[in-house]
Design a protein around this ligand. Sequence first.
Ligand SMILES: [Mg+2]
Length: 372
Amino acid sequence: MKITRIETIPVRVPLKAEFAIRAGRGGSHIVSPFLLVKVHTDEGIVGIGEASCTPRWSGEDQVTGAHLIHTYLEPLLVGEDPTMVEELTKKFRLAFAENYFTKAAVEMALWDIAGKAAGKPVYELFGGKVREFVPTKWSVSGLEPEKAAGIAKWAVAQGFKAMKVKVGIEPDGDVERVQAVRQAVGAGIKLGVDANGGWTPEAAVNTIERLCAFGICFAEQPVPPEDIALMAGVRKKSRVPLIADESIYTLQDAKTLAVLGAADVISIYVGKAGGLGPARKIAGFAESVGLKCTLGSNLELGVGSAAMVHLALASRGITAEEFPCDIIGPLFYEDDIVREPLPIKPGEARANDKPGLGVELDEEKVERYRVK
Ligand SMILES: [Mg+2]
């Protein structure tokens, strides 16, 4: 089997208005301008991928993604056997620097082809399931306390037993929001916070300490990602585990975090890592040095979410029972671009046990949301 061409499709899919995300440094998320990818082969098998690119995160958008794919990756991949995923990933890792979400979209499409060709779901290619479903948590936007509490109550009613609250906006307001959420959901719900790098080191230490009164069980990316030493300093004074998110994209970043003792948990994304293969290597590394892992989210659509489920189902290093994953993207949208929705329900994410990623694009919806 040979790759014949790569197709890229820019889409804009709106979030449900009530779930639009307001967060610290990461800004707001109201619509998802993502890039879909189709890798075509001479045997008629088409692999699909999704770049959940957000420029404020990684500097990529749907225009840069399409440009890099068609200019650099397509010439490298056409004529190659798509099932040689590890070899092809190595090739295109070197084609241009960074732009991991773009690379991940093509890489997940290769796994989709490999699975379809073998007649097996991707998690089987990864060695099989280590869990029947992936425990997930909800994410409460950084809104006024009453509104945040309302959303948290809704999430519990849906079935979520864990959630994180966006903080890092302003310490007093952050504390009021978490307090309101805790009062609304009661003591039985696992509650963490995600500052998206919005606190100074001092504010982080003080605010995390204040938030311990409301039983938080982790603090995610308390300080800006650029200086890992800052986070190591905060961790020394934190009574709860710190999750690194914006601080870690690659295996090398994971090593730096481990060496500096800057985090207890790594938030892996298929996109940040540059694909499922690199993401699995990070999870394996974390397992080997005693770090925990969860999966974070850019509110992936059905294709990107499917990739996350396969990764978490087959990776022991992703300690989802202790730190539930953010495989919740599809719940944020009125509509998705896949034909059969993923079996993702509040608190539990499962895969479609079909070959490849187990999802197919709904071409009518792809056309509806295509950027013309
Ligand atoms: Mg985060």
